[in-house]
Design a protein around this ligand. Structure first.
Ligand code: ZN
Ligand code: ZN
Ligand code: FE
Length: 762
């Protein structure tokens, strides 16, 4: 019997070789009909023998190309049109107005392309922009949808006849690969000196390799922006780069030629290799090998290296003998977004780089490298950006008709936009503390609205009135839905897991504005997606100087000493905190005494700062979270330490319990005086935080009969603490939920805000 059916597919089905797959499948089975990309995804109509159609449907769902992510398949039966010995065709894209297609993230160069690139007989031999249906740039070059070359930054490159033939041949692996190009018709690289003048040389890439191996610093244009690159094994080059970026001691990311190069410098658990070689290619934090000979300046005081494998053809060509490992750190100045335009890079990076390796394919959307870490058995994001953005996270509410723009917090900002049950999350925008970051924020917001063609009705935002993201609310003209910071953190976990019941939320971070105007950050909540109740927190302490204190762990240490030891504090700080001078201590004491610019904080981040300074590990944060990260790295040297310091849980008048931290501070000071080593003290401190969290959650479980716990907030990027806490919670019978698809830090806030707003408006 002859049948005709229509199949509508949604998901990531454009730019991933889906149409050629359908073409080959249908024509192989002798079916007639067509396939086309539309704004909803892909539409197929096939007509032919009953059995062939069944086979088609079966293989259609089980054998799609590797990068496809099918969200939904809808099949309708139509009346056969009577085509004989059917011809199957691919029809031009059409724009139907409603857009539900998913844009693919950027994809690392595939094995087939690498093989061609390394084949001297191939016409793309050593061509740095080789790509195909299965790999190459996507999100960073797409200006609009449907995804077609004309709507990407490749539009300016006219395909040569040979490329066009490949592009139009359904049997070719570049069939409708939109960025298809070759040395004849595609983008080209150029080497420039720091003044922007072109260096005349036979092969700019070979010359760049030469310069790198001589210890020069190069600004290299990549997929989503510029990197600053130098030979990671060259001490002088690394020190020079560190000096030029002088600002801080933040670890540099590394790019290694292959797994063997990674294994030489870092410990690679089995589970990590899969992440490293995957198509997303994040920077993965891996434990430094004790015998690694890389310069200390790459990741000072850190137990890990941030490592990634090459993800563009250009990277593969740069990482050749004698270069095994390159520093590949973001091409930006402190706190600014990564540079991505050629002119912009020359202006902003001119004094950081000796040379520029640039090309003429524009980056439409700047996208930093993603960063992740294995914690509690899973890969977890520190930053979710290139390779993942703008892939959405599904939430348990349909927002159709009441779409929401969520604008995140201030640090590590990302934005989200809902469509149906999906929250589409932007790339990492950065810290919204300056004009260029705010411009990037506006750009990202506009771009998301454009590619998704969503006109949001609501805007979900943080309570903090000074955040630029909050200030944008008025400008947006949308209906505001304020979401408290820590509620948003916990909601991000609930959104990811689809959990809609009440949980005990443990949200630990640096700070977020509370509903009482204080700075929260050590919070125990009973909450669901709708609302939250603050049922516990750590003991509040003043934060003299406000934001400034977040950069001065030694000052927070003094605050904690004063609280725990009273009159003894002055002699103690002279003994334990040599970086503090009497003048600033007087000033702080005065401010706190008068209550001037000394907001109360329950931030666990500040407690980590204080302890890091007390132990003498880090007294000044030169980059965000430096003191806590170095404190953790110190604890990791004593993984077997079981001890902890006492922390009492105190019921306060308003029924909200708090954790008295004085016992911890006294215990630490005792240990230091007894000469206990920093790694042991640090491990005991981490254990103490895990223990008091368990104590508090047990009380809450008894009171509220809830045994599900969600952990979120930047503190849970700390593996030592998180793994310890998860272990003891589970041993006690709790169900524990953590972030897995968005960062536990403020990069995940946009998801939580969107989910809360969606739930409230459902
Ligand atoms: Zn490829
Ligand atoms: Zn060509
Ligand atoms: Fe936070």
């Amino acid at each position: 019997m002859i049948k005709r059916i229509r199949v509508n597919v949604t998901g990531i089905v454009q730019g991933v070789g889906f149409r050629p797959f359908v073409y080959n499948l249908a024509s192989g089975l002798g079916l007639g009909g067509f396939v086309l990309n539309d704004s909803k995804g892909v539409t197929v109509e096939v007509e032919g023998d009953d059995a062939a159609i069944s086979a088609f449907l079966n293989r259609f769902e089980t054998e799609p190309p590797p990068l496809t992510k099918i969200e939904s398949v809808r099949t309708d039966t139509l009346t056969p049109t009577g085509i004989k010995n059917g011809e199957f065709v691919i029809v031009e894209s059409k724009n139907t107005g409603v857009r539900s297609v998913l844009i693919s993230p950027d994809i690392a160069t595939c094995a087939d392309c690498l093989k061609e690139m390394n084949d001297p007989e191939d016409r793309r031999y050593r061509y740095p922009f080789i790509n195909c249906t299965n790999c190459g740039p996507r999100y960073t070059i797409i200006k609009d949808i449907p995804y077609d070359r004309a709507r990407t930054t490749m539009a300016t490159f006219e395909m040569c006849p040979e490329c066009r033939r490949e592009y139009e041949d359904p049997k070719n692996r570049r069939f409708h690969a939109e960025p298809t190009c070759c040395p004849v018709c595609g983008p080209k690289v150029e080497l420039l000196n720091r003044n922007g003048n072109k260096i005349i040389c036979e092969n700019p890439i070979d010359h760049a390799v030469q310069l790198l191996s001589e210890g020069k610093i190069l600004a290299v244009k990549g997929l989503g922006g510029f990197h600053l690159a130098c030979d990671a094994e060259n001490d002088e080059a690394v020190v020079k780069l560190r000096r030029r970026k002088e600002r801080d001691k933040k670890p540099f990311a590394l790019m290694a030629r292959d797994m063997a190069a990674i294994r030489r410098i870092a410990e690679v658990p089995d589970s990590a290799e899969e992440i490293l070689v995957g198509t997303e290619r994040p920077v993965l934090l891996l434990k430094k090998r004790a015998d690694s000979k890389l310069p200390e300046e790459i990741a000072p005081n850190s137990a890990s290296f941030g490592l990634m494998l090459p993800y563009t053809p250009l990277h593969h060509l740069l990482l050749k003998s004698p270069l095994d490992i390159l520093v590949m750190t973001s091409g930006n100045q402190k706190d600014e977004p990564i540079a991505y335009g050629n002119a912009d890079a020359k202006e902003r990076l001119g004094f950081l780089a000796d040379f520029f390796l640039v090309h003429d394919r524009d980056i439409h959307i700047r996208t930093d490298d993603s960063v992740s870490r294995f914690i509690a058995g899973k890969n977890r994001f520190i930053r979710r950006s290139r390779g993942y953005a703008p892939f959405p996270v599904k939430i348990p509410v349909d927002t159709s008709g009441g779409e929401i723009l969520s604008v995140g917090a201030e640090l590590n900002n990302t934005v989200g936009l809902t469509r149906g049950e999906n929250v589409f999350l932007s790339h990492h925008i950065g810290d919204l503390q300056n004009v260029s970051a705010y411009e990037a924020f506006l750009e990202a917001t506009g771009h998301l609205k454009g590619i998704l063609e969503v006109r949001p009705k609501y805007i979900a935002h943080d309570l903090h009135p000074d955040y630029l993201s909050t200030r944008f609310v008025k400008e947006s003209g949308l209906i505001p839905v304020p979401v408290q910071h820590h509620h948003a953190h916990i909601a991000s976990v609930l959104a990811e897991t689809g959990y809609t019941d009440k949980v005990i939320g443990v949200s630990f971070d640096g700070l977020g504005l509370g509903t009482d105007g204080a700075l929260w950050g050590g919070e125990f909540l009973i909450c669901d997606l709708e609302e939250f109740e603050r049922v516990g927190h750590i003991a509040p302490v003043p934060q003299p100087g406000g934001d400034a204190a977040a950069r001065r762990p030694d000052r927070m240490a003094y605050v904690y000493l004063l609280r725990a030891f009273g009159d003894e504090a002055p002699s103690l700080y002279r003994e334990l905190l040599p970086s503090l001078d009497d003048g600033e201590v007087l000033l702080m004491t005065d401010m706190m005494g008068k209550g001037v610019n000394s907001p109360l904080t329950t931030g666990v981040g500040r407690l980590f700062d204080a302890v890091s300074a007390l132990i003498g590990i880090c007294t000044i944060n030169t980059y965000h979270s430096q003191a806590p990260m170095e404190l953790e790295a110190t604890a990791e040297r004593e993984p077997g330490e079981e001890g902890h310091y006492p922390a009492e849980i105190v019921e306060s008048e308003n029924g909200v319990a708090f954790v008295e931290t004085n016992g911890i501070i006294r215990g630490i000071v005792d240990d230091i005086r007894r000469g206990v080593g920093a790694p042991v003290v640090s491990a005991r401190f981490h254990n103490s935080v895990a223990e008091f969290t368990l104590d508090m959650t047990k009380r809450l479980r008894d009171a509220a009969s809830i045994s599900a716990v969600a952990l979120s907030g930047g503190v849970f990027i700390n593996r030592f603490l998180t793994e310890r806490l998860v272990k003891i919670l589970m041993e006690d019978g709790f169900d524990v939920m953590l972030n897995g698809r968005v960062p536990a830090g403020d990069g995940g806030i946009a998801l939580g805000q969107a989910a809360v707003a969606a739930w409230r408006n459902r």
